[in-house]
Every structure is written in C-alpha cells, then in structure tokens.
Ligand binder design. Structure first.
Ligand code: F0G
Length: 419
C-alpha cells in the first residue's frame, strides 16, 4: 500500500473553518468543520485527520506555563485542566557520560497529574468532547490513557468507559481508572483488539473515542515538543539534535512531528533546527521498527506481541501514517530493544533519581543501543522522553530493584545485620 500523506500545511483556510481551525484528511485532503459533528477519521476514505490552523503562533505568543501556555497553538483556549505539563527536563550526568553523547536531558512526562504524558492530550480531548456535546467517553488502553481519561472525565463530570487487555495492564494504572470512577471492561484480547472494539462502538455512536486516533488529543500532546524546544534552548543555548521516545500507537511521534512542522511554518525555528525523531519499540512489539528498516510505507499488524513494557505492547500502531513520514523527514530512525535492555535502563535512570515505568526506559535503552552501533554520534545533544512514572507499575519496579532484607525488631539486631 502506498500512502502519500498530505502533511505539508500549505492549504488556505477553507469555508468550513471555525475561528481559523479545521480538520484535514492526510490521505485525500478532504476538509471538515472541527466541532460540528463527531468525527475521528475521514468520511470519504477513512484516512487520519489532522487539526489545521489559519494562523500559527511563534514563541512571543506563549505565556503562562504548562499545556495551556501554548493555547495559541491549540484549537480551543482552555481545557478541563488539573493542570498538566511543565514537566522537568532532568540532567542525568552519569548516564550522559556513560552513553557518551555531548548532552543528555530526560523529559520526565511521568510528572504529569496522573503520572503520564496522556494528560496533555486529555485536557484538550475532554474539553472538545464537552464542546461537541457528548457525555460518554471511552478508550482502549494499555493503562495510561485509561488512567488519564478516568481522571479528566471525572473532573469534567462525564461518564467514562475503558477497555483494557485482561491481565496485561500494570496495577497502578488499573487502580487509577478504578478510583476515578471509570467502568473498567477487561477484554479477552490484546490492546489492538480493545481498540478495534472501541472504534466500532464509537462509529455506532455509543461512545466518544479518546484514543490518539482522535486528532484533538494529539494537539495537546504536541505541547511536549513545544516545551522541550523552549526549555532546551533556554538552558542549553540551542535546540536538541535528537528526541528519542518510546513508541506504541505512534501518537506521540505524530504529535511531535506536527509540532515541528508548525514551528517551521510559523518561522519560530528553521528547518535545520528540527530534532531527529527517533522511535524505540520493545523487540516483542516492533511493527514501526520493521516498517522503517524495510522502507515500507505502512506497518504490518503483529498479531502476537509481548514485552515487559506493557504500555507499548501494541501490534498495530494506528498513527503510523503520520509517524513514519515524521521519522523519515526529520532524519531520525527507529530501533527495537530487548526487555533486558529496558530493565537495565530503568535501573540506570533510577540510579540518577529518575523513577520511570518500563516503557519509558525504552528511550534510554534505545539511545544506548544506537550510540553503540554508531548511528548516533558522540557530538549530539539528545532529549530522551520518559513517558510514565515508576509507580504506574510497582511490580516491575520491585522486580528490577533490590530485595527487602528481613531484620530483627531491635537497633542491635539491625546494626548486626548491616555488619
Ligand atoms: N509510553 C507509555 C508509558 C505509554 O503509556 C504509551 C502509550 C507509550 C509510551 C506510547 O505512546 O502510543 O503515543 O506511541 N500508551 C497507550 C495507553 C497506548 O493506552 O496508555 P504512543
């Protein structure tokens, strides 16, 4: 299949636009009004939709902090907010030295309100749901999207439904969805099956879909890129050469690429300033890596997927038509890492005080691997994205960490034990 994605942002504002905002199909160019009807993909060809703008802002237009600092780059002015964004860009000097790059910073998205980057998309997605007038929200999830949807749906006073692959979601994430009051449907199947079902339900009008197929969610996630560019430039004097991130459904990769296209179009950065998007998957769930390595225009669905990094245990990345061109156009690449490499990276980040869940550590594992292979140069400045907090998956953290040591209940006994 040849996919000629329309990603160049050159079209003039169409009549269907509302306040300079509209939706465009990246496959057939058809344009739609943004909020009048509920729509996730193109009516004509089922292609992915992108939010487009008549005016794109530049750095001077942003004020405040967090996701809504960037409201001029978003389709609505405010969100259902907890609030989100403004996450730290950690220094990790020992890792930087050990891996051997000029500069390494870690953008820890686990520091968002529900502990993952999904909050950035949900603050916007739930607001748009209110604007289009729906009341029952749903998603398929490997866990983090469901936690974010449950919290933001609760905040917005809306009903939420989450479809999870039974037995394959980390405990912290299920607990969040549960306490925030989502109805949790444990599906006998993997994430891709859950997404098939929830997409069917959305098409039937049963629920409003808040997976990353929803183009509005990706607009919120775009702010990770805006934040990285501003923080890195202000602290390091220049933009990073490369951004390395874990990939599942490839929503984040798509969102970052859109961020960079818009920054170039607005004149905020030069084409040369765009960081190389580098996507990392677990070896047991790596259809994007397969497509990049083989030069394919589309991914092939993997029916059997397995990895310790359950957040990215995904065989059919629905945003691949947006993300593959992004990786290629920015001069980036994709790589697969083993579960052992992921665990090692999780420990290494923890040794720097940065606690992440396994999927997040894939970015560091991938950087190390690509550096060792010489794909990434020692002169490069790199930002690794860590997408979820350590506490999301307490079991994985305990397995990767040290064993507790039983001691007697006396000071003497404890001191004896330490000797
Ligand atoms: N890292 C974490 C911690 C995630 O939860 C996810 C996706 C990704 C990376 C991959 O991001 O899909 O944009 O490429 N989690 C989704 C979920 C699928 O349901 O929580 P992506």
């Amino acid at each position: 299949m040849t996919v000629m994605a329309n990603l160049d942002l050159t079209e003039p504002e169409p009549d269907c636009a509302s306040d300079g905002v509209w939706l465009t199909c990246i496959e057939c160019d058809e344009q739609f009004a943004p909020f009048e009807e509920v729509r996730y993909t193109c009516d004509s060809c089922d292609g992915l939709l992108e939010v487009r703008y008549a005016d794109l802002p530049t750095w001077e237009d942003f004020e405040g902090q967090g996701v809504w600092r960037y409201s001029d780059a978003l389709p609505v002015d405010s969100g259902v907010s907890l609030p989100e964004g403004a996450t730290p860009l950690h220094d990790v000097p020992r890792l930087e030295d050990d891996i051997g790059v000029n500069r390494l910073r870690v953008k820890h998205e686990g520091m968002n309100p529900t502990g993952s980057f999904k909050d950035r998309g949900m603050t916007l997605g739930v607001k748009v749901a209110q604007r289009v007038g729906v009341d029952r929200l749903a998603c398929a999830s490997t866990g983090n999207t469901s936690a974010a949807l449950a919290a933001y749906g609760a905040r917005g006073g809306m009903e939420t439904l989450v479809l999870l692959p039974a037995g394959k979601v980390a405990a912290g994430k299920v607990a969040q969805a549960s306490l925030h009051g989502a109805r949790i449907l444990e599906v006998d199947g993997n994430f891709d099956t859950c997404l098939d079902i929830v997409q069917d339900m959305a098409t039937m009008g049963e629920v409003y879909l808040l997976n990353s197929l929803n183009p509005f969610r990706l607009e919120g996630q775009k702010t990770i890129g805006l934040e990285i560019m501003e923080q890195f430039r202000d602290e390091e004097g220049d933009y990073p050469d490369r951004i390395v991130l874990p990939v599942g459904n490839a929503g984040n990769t798509s969102a970052l690429y859109k961020c960079f296209r818009e920054l170039v179009k607005s004149g905020a950065i030069e084409e040369d300033d765009v960081p190389k998007l580098t996507g990392i998957q677990a070896a047991g769930a790596a259809p994007m890596v397969e497509a990049i390595e083989n030069g394919w225009e589309a991914t092939e669905r993997w029916e059997d997927v397995e990895t310790r990094a359950t957040a990215i245990r995904i065989g059919n990345p629905v945003n691949a038509p947006k993300a593959l061109p992004g990786i290629r156009a920015t001069g980036g690449t994709a790589a697969a890492v083993s579960d052992e490499e992921i665990t090692r990276a999780q420990r290494e980040l923890a040794e720097e005080g940065v606690g992440v869940e396994p999927a997040s550590a894939a970015s560091i594992a991938g950087l190390r691997k690509l550096r060792e292979e010489g794909v990434i140069d020692s002169e490069e400045s790199v930002v690794c994205l860590t997408t979820g907090h350590l506490l999301k998956d307490p079991e994985a953290a305990a397995e990767a960490g040290a064993e507790p040591e039983p001691v007697p209940g006396t000071t003497e006994g404890v001191l004896d034990h330490l000797d």
